[in-house]
Design a protein around this ligand. Structure first.
Ligand SMILES: [Fe+2]
Length: 82
């Protein structure tokens, strides 16, 4: 499933790059829709993985959707998880 997360992230990136150079607005809109679908896949794969990896989940719970300095949140989350 780690590979799945990577592949979904690569798909998101592919659409990001192609959207940035696409001139046709309708094509860009279709790519945006497809990219959002890939983001959903990324989220589902990641959630599956984190259900299997409690320590990784604990770290993410202390970093994601939090206000404040991201690096400080990461350092604190790592310490809490040890
Ligand atoms: Fe996908």
């Amino acid at each position: 499933m780690i590979k799945g997360v990577i592949e979904e992230a690569e798909a998101i990136d592919w659409y990001e790059q192609h959207k940035s150079v696409e001139k046709d607005e309708e094509a860009k809109s279709i790519m945006k829709n497809a990219q959002e679908e890939e983001f959903k896949h990324f989220a589902m794969d990641l959630e599956f993985l984190l259900r299997k990896k409690p320590k990784w989940r604990a770290i993410m719970q202390n970093v994601l959707f939090k206000e404040g300095d991201i690096v400080e949140l990461g350092e604190a989350a790592e310490e809490k998880a040890d």
